[in-house]
Design a protein around this ligand. Structure first.
Ligand SMILES: [Zn+2]
Length: 71
């Protein structure tokens, strides 16, 4: 699934089951504050991420380890 960035520019990764709609994501993460260094609101919904099978990332919501099927 795509990566989501909060408005603070924190990356969030989700498994296939938990990936939120764009409206849900913007409600939850779109107005938490601005990114560093004057970058303003960094909310992003459709961002690239490393292949999850090469990482130990976990789903932001259910904490399940992410695998290739979640890419
Ligand atoms: Zn999940």
């Amino acid at each position: 699934m795509p990566r989501i960035y909060t408005s603070c520019s924190d990356p969030l990764d989700f498994c296939r089951e938990c990936f939120p709609s764009e409206d849900e994501a913007e409600d939850a993460y779109g107005n938490l504050g601005d990114g560093q260094d004057g970058r303003g609101n960094c909310f992003g919904y459709n961002e690239d991420h490393p292949d999850y099978e090469d990482t130990d990332y976990r789903c932001e919501t259910c904490k399940t380890p992410l695998t290739a099927k979640d890419n």
